[in-house]
Design a protein around this ligand. Structure first.
Ligand code: ADP
Length: 274
């Protein structure tokens, strides 16, 4: 009698365990599939410039008696080498933001410095397209976090705004403090008058290597990793990134990040979370 009672008590527990195990396996399988996709994508992305470099070096050897052709091929080799370098750099950046805890060396970061840095990073590209860059509201605002990661996140958004906009348009960066129940937030909105993003693509652009138009992305030196980096940085800082866009009109990417004072106060209230 007792054994029966025990097994009756164990049975529901057992089925819950089995369910948990099944859920765990499904999750493990999903993670494994994502990892396999990622490795396949990286391999493909690396193969393209390496393949081009190999063909171009053969072309250089064949054209050794035609200095003009050699110059032309060498120029294209340089473009492919640059592409390879930026892909490897972005892969390193991505693995860093995925693995490091950014809040280990968190500090108050001046928003006006982040904005100036992001604009500097795109100055050349914006200049050649005669794109006007305008920033406002950043004075006296501070976010709480890892300086390098925050700069990379904002820099990627501004770079995209310039890359996916036609000539003689405007890119704006607006900063402001917003009150929120859990503590003040700093909102950074990057607005462009570019090609825009469809509702369907909006859901996928934050995935690693997802591009709406791969050819266009590659032509501007894109790797398809920029927004994945942004998403990770923002998540690990306890913030969020949202996108508003209308095709043919433009896009606004908005970062919401913990304000330095608010984040510090929270850390003091919960010192063990520091
Ligand atoms: P990429 O290196 O291709 O720019 P991202 O991860 O930064 O990679 O962006 C993913 C894709 O999202 C881009 O290829 C582009 O299609 C789209 N996208 C990103 N930002 C914008 C923008 N401001 N306007 C239009 N499309 C954008």
């Amino acid at each position: 009698g007792e054994a029966l009672a025990v097994s009756a008590r164990v049975a529901p527990l057992g089925s819950r365990l089995v369910l948990l195990l099944v859920e765990d396996l499904t999750e493990a399988r999903r993670i494994e599939a994502v990892r396999r996709d990622f490795v396949a994508n990286v391999s493909h992305e690396l193969k393209t410039p390496v393949g081009a470099l190999s063909l171009l070096s053969e072309a250089v050897m064949d054209a050794s008696d035609d200095p003009e052709a050699v110059q032309r091929f060498a120029g294209r080799m340089q473009i492919e080498a640059t592409r390879l370098t930026s892909l490897v750099q972005e892969l390193i950046d991505l693995s860093r933001v995925q693995n490091d805890d950014p809040l280990e060396d968190a500090e108050p970061v001046r928003v006006d410095e982040l904005v100036a840095e992001a604009i500097d990073r795109c100055r050349h590209q914006a200049g050649t397209k005669q794109i006007t860059m305008a920033a406002g509201g950043a004075a006296d605002l501070h976010v709480w976090g890892n300086r390098g990661q925050l700069a990379a996140a904002l820099g990627n958004l501004v770079e995209n705004a310039v890359n996916y906009s036609p000539a003689r348009t405007r890119v704006g960066i607006a900063a402001r403090r917003v009150t929120a129940p859990g503590g003040d937030l700093i909102e950074l909105a990057v607005t462009d008058q570019g090609i825009g993003i469809s509702d369907r693509d909006k859901e996928r652009i934050f995935e690693r290597f997802y591009r709406v138009d791969p050819a266009r992305s590659r032509a501007t030196g894109g790797t398809g990793l920029g927004l994945a980096i942004v998403k990770h940085v923002v998540a690990s800082h306890g913030g969020e990134v949202t996108v508003w866009s209308a095709e043919g009109q433009g896009s606004t990417f908005t970062l919401r990040l913990p304000e330095a004072g608010a984040a510090r106060d929270r850390a003091q209230q919960h010192p063990d979370l520091d």
